[in-house]
Each structure stands twice: as C-alpha cells, then as structure tokens.
Write a protein that binds this ligand. Structure first.
Ligand SMILES: NC(=O)c1ccc[n+]([C@@H]2O[C@H](COP(=O)([O-])OP(=O)(O)OC[C@H]3O[C@@H](n4cnc5c(N)ncnc54)[C@H](OP(=O)(O)O)[C@@H]3O)[C@@H](O)[C@H]2O)c1
Length: 389
C-alpha cells in the first residue's frame, strides 16, 4: 500500500489524482487531503476517501470537522501534511509559489514528491534540490513533458543526454494575428484546444509562459544547462517530449493527452501499473503529428521566462511571481492579453538578480516582485481608462 497526501485535492490535478487512486484501491491509500478554501468539495472528498487528516490552507476558513478526519487550517498545517511520517508520496498539486514550503518540507522528510506544482522549482529550484539532498527525498514529475523525459531517460545519466526538447500545444492563439491579441478576453484564453486544466495553467498555456516555467523545471529536474533545453510547438499534444542522446539517437514518449497517465506513473514509479480505463494508443487516429517553432514575437513571455531562468535565482522567482500577478490581473479584466508580458518584465527589472540562499530570500523576492507587478498592472489599467475617457 502506498500512503498518499494530496495537497490541492480540489483542483484539476488533485481531482484527477483521486480518480486514479479510486481505480487502484489495492495499491493506494489516501492519508490526507488539502485545499485552499473550497470547504464544500474538500468535505465531499473527505466523506468519500476517509483520510486521517484534512487541511484548508486559508486560516480564516472554518473547517468542516466531517468524515472522521482531523481537520486543521493554515499554512503550517499544510506543511505538516507534507512532512507527515505516515505518508510515502506527497502529491503537490497546489498552484503558485505557495507550493514551495510544502515541497521543501516533503523532501526534507525523505518522502517522494509527485510534483505538479512547477512554480516550486521556478521560485526556489536550488533550495528544492538542497532539501532533497539533505532529507534524501526524491522528485517524480507529474507534468506530462517531464514525465515523458523521465520515461525516455530510463536511468541513463545526464552525461548521456545531448538535448531535451519539450513540446507545447501552442494554446488557443497559435497562428493567430498578433493584433487580435489586444481584443481576446479571458473566456477565449481559457478555451484550451487539447488539455482541460485549472485557470492559471490554462492562461499560462495561452501566453506560453507555461513552457518557460517548464524549461526552468526541466533544468532543475535533469541538471542540463539552458542552452540544451528547447521547446517546439506540437498542436496535437501526442508527443510529450523528446530526449536526444549524445550518440544522436532520439527517444520520445507518446500518448493521447490525459494527465491520469503521468499521475499514475508518478505514484507507482518506477513500477508500471496496468489501467484499462486509459485510452489505447492508435497511431492512425493520432496522425498527423506536426511540429513548429515557437513564435517568440507573438509570445514574448516564453523568451522572458527562459532568460530569467538562465539568469538564475532572483530573476526566475521574480518571473514566476510577476506572472502570477499578471494572470490574475488579466482574468479580472484589469489588463489586456499582451500587457501580461509588460507586467512580468516590470517585475523582473525591478527586483534585481542574485542567488537566493534560503526560503526567506525567496519569500522576499517573491513579495517585492508581486508589489512591482501589481503597481505595473494598475498603471496600465489607469492609462487605458484615461485614454477611453
Ligand atoms: N491541470 C493540469 O492538467 C496540469 C498539468 C500539468 C501541471 N499542472 C500544474 O499543477 C499545479 C496545479 O494545477 P491545477 O490546474 O490542478 O490548478 P487548480 O485546478 O487551480 O487547483 C489548484 C489547487 O490548489 C489549491 N490552492 C490554490 N491556491 C492556494 C493557496 N494559496 N494555498 C493553498 N492551496 C491553494 C486549490 O484549492 P481551492 O480549490 O480550495 O481553491 C486547488 O486545490 C500547477 O502548478 C500547474 O501548473 C497542472
């Protein structure tokens, strides 16, 4: 029995993880569940899965005290779930840099981290690796691209790898005339062509900020320099990534788009468990498979993010924080789609660079970048109101 904690159980990845667990009751046991504020859905999940512990990260929320679980609220309670000695695998399916402290706690406790929360690695990658080394914890990625890379590597050392090529669907605005981007609203940006995901990652996929976050994630997970990690647009989302080895051989992992497969693999790794409910692959139905270069002029957040990753430490944390604010401002209608890049640029430029040697440094940079990004978003919104009036 693998004992599992799911942080972010009410979200898209959290709910898919519970679906996977339901189909393999002989292998997986849910020990704890956590959400931010969605007490209604968390209560339903607690009634159904009967975990020992349930947490609402927002300490102002009233806990439900249902389902025989011990309920707590607040950030410390979330961190305690991640380091609980009664857990084998922690699924971090939180959204945003808030996932960093639980990620570090899980790895310091020596657990396996099934990581969906890529923002942890972007905001504090070096600290996350240190925590894993200190506590002997391990990271198995849930992101389909990084799961694909893990599967292609099959134990080969990084020295055998020449290049990683991540695939990107291109999002709903692939190939569109850039001038139209000024007029696309959140509804349109939230219509992803191939994946059904939470709000933040869906907007990140529309801007391609998500692919920059994933390049940084790959850098930390697989230890390759940034100039050996690339991304291409692959609209069908069938090939989840390529690994090129030093002898020129290239391996790829393929499958119809579903997050349940990488989730199952992260939970059972290195074993493979059969699951008859997952759609059988059919190369004819998957055809054609096409690949294109990323249009960096149309999607500047990709270049901004990869450059911030290469600059390291503070710049990557500022990119992540600025992007979280930009997505929120766009969803709320405060800024336009192309202005998200301006907000993120302001956050990176205003925060400075340098290494981050502990979590307090990350929290400080993250906080500064959020303030700068929020001010930049307000200025853009006010400028538009003046122009319109
Ligand atoms: N969705 C996908 O298919 C997919 C694929 C690859 C990677 N990922 C990554 O997986 C992570 C989760 O994505 P998602 O799409 O599942 O997101 P989501 O649907 O928005 O769910 C986010 C979860 O995190 C909780 N949460 C939000 N803010 C929080 C806070 N401040 N403190 C504590 N908990 C908080 C939410 O709780 P409430 O419900 O209470 O708000 C919810 O349970 C992201 O890093 C994303 O990039 C997602």
């Amino acid at each position: 029995m693998i004992r599992i904690a799911i942080l972010g159980s009410t979200g898209s990845i959290g709910r898919s993880t519970l679906e996977v667990v339901t189909r393999h009751p002989e292998r997986f046991e849910v020990v704890s569940l956590a959400a931010h504020r969605n007490v209604e859905l968390l209560s339903e999940q607690v009634q159904r899965f009967r975990p020992k512990r349930a947490v609402l990260a927002d300490e102002t929320c009233r806990v439900a005290d249902t389902g025989g679980a011990t309920w707590r609220s607040g950030m410390q309670a979330l961190i305690d779930l991640a380091s609980d000695p009664e857990v084998d695998v922690v699924v971090n399916a939180l959204v945003g840099a808030v996932g960093l402290a639980p990620t570090i706690a899980c790895l310091e406790a020596g657990h396996r981290l099934a990581l969906a929360n890529k923002e942890s690695l972007v905001a504090g990658g070096a600290l996350v690796l240190d925590a894993a080394a200190r506590g002997r914890g391990s990271i198995v990625p849930i992101d389909s691209e990084h799961s694909a890379i893990l599967q292609c590597l099959a134990g080969q050392p990084t020295t055998a790898v020449q290049r990683l090529i991540l695939t990107a669907s291109g999002g709903p605005f692939r190939g569109r005339n850039h001038e139209e981007f000024w007029h696309v609203g959140p509804d349109e940006a939230l219509k992803h062509p191939t994946w059904d995901m939470g709000v933040k990652i869906t907007i990140d996929s529309a801007t391609l900020a998500n692919k920059a976050l994933e390049v940084i994630e790959a850098h930390f997970l697989y230890g390759l320099e940034y100039n050996r990690i690339q991304a291409v647009v692959h609209p069908q989302s069938i090939v989840h990534s390529f690994v090129e080895f030093v002898d020129g051989s290239v391996l790829a992992q393929l499958g119809f788009p579903t997050m349940e497969l990488p989730i199952l693999y992260a939970l059972s790794y290195p074993e493979r468990i059969g699951d008859a409910t997952l759609r059988t692959f059919d190369p004819v139905q998957a055809s054609p498979l096409t690949f294109e270069e990323i249009d960096q002029g149309a999607f500047p957040l990709y270049g901004l993010g990869t450059a911030a990753g290469a600059a390291g430490g503070a710049a990557a944390a500022a990119f992540n924080a600025g992007n979280e604010i930009a997505v929120q401002a766009f969803i709320q209608g405060a800024i336009r789609f192309p202005e998200m890049a301006d907000v993120v640029s302001a956050a990176i430029d205003g925060t400075g660079s340098g290494d981050l040697s502990n979590i307090h440094d990350v929290i400080a940079v993250d906080g500064t970048a959020r303030v700068i990004a929020t001010e930049a978003a307000s200025r853009l919104g006010e400028a538009r109101m003046r122009t319109n009036s």
